[in-house]
Design a protein around this ligand. Structure first.
Ligand code: GDP
Length: 195
């Protein structure tokens, strides 16, 4: 009761609050031969590019602002996509920070002749909103209306924290390490230090 009162009060301070439903979109795309790799399956890069577009549509529709992609988490292709299949991208804003949103995307393929569907992947795009001057802009607060939305909001918060930690890890400055330390770090890896 106290928690829900607090979250109500914190939202009252926001100028704008929108429902998850305001962000929901579904886009379906036919997988044409030009999308195929040498093995005849759809390139992962094509799917990534489509997902980026879907994340943009979802985030800009929700925030009513121009958006840019900041990070992508959880891209893992679970099943190959064939040329000729219809691929649906279902997206929604799962989490909002001050100027960023996490857009979840569920990708499903459909073979129109057999009717067989497959969940090909799910991933989470962090999108930032920009004002007309290109400055980061505040996004609406998110109204949580059911258990699934609450779970996804909490998972979104964990994804934001994980992304921050990952960025810090990638930027860890190994130039401070001695060559001896670097060599000992890789001595059990599948490489041969040849100098
Ligand atoms: P989940 O995140 O654990 O619920 O995993 P899912 O694979 O089911 O979905 C991934 C993301 O896609 C979700 O977090 C939502 O943001 C989005 N999503 C899933 N189902 C739908 C849907 O039916 N419609 C829309 N618009 N988005 C969906």
């Amino acid at each position: 009761m106290i928690n829900s009162t607090l979250s109500y009060i914190s939202c009252m301070n926001d100028d704008r609050i929108k429902c998850v439903k305001d962000s929901e979109i579904t886009i379906t795309e036919l997988m044409i031969p030009a999308y195929a790799n040498f093995g005849g399956k759809v390139h992962g890069g094509i799917l990534l590019s489509l997902m980026d577009k879907v994340a943009y549509v979802c985030a800009s529709k929700f925030s009513e602002m121009y958006c840019v992609t900041v990070a992508v988490e959880g891209v893992e292709f679970l099943a190959p996509v064939e040329v000729g299949e219809l691929v649906s991208f279902k997206a929604a804003v799962n989490f909002v920070g001050n100027t960023t949103m996490i857009v979840g995307i569920r990708v499903e393929s459909l073979n129109v002749t057999s009717g067989k569907t497959a969940h090909t992947n799910s991933c989470y795009f962090t999108m930032a909103a920009k004002d007309p001057n290109g400055q980061l802009a505040k996004v609406p607060a998110l109204k949580i209306e059911n258990d699934t939305q609450l779970r996804r909001f909490c998972e979104g918060r964990a994804i934001r924290d994980f992304s921050k930690q990952k960025r810090a890890l990638l930027k860890s400055d190994l130039s401070q390490c001695s060559i001896l330390e670097l060599k000992s770090m890789v001595n059990k890896e599948r490489c041969q230090v040849d100098y």
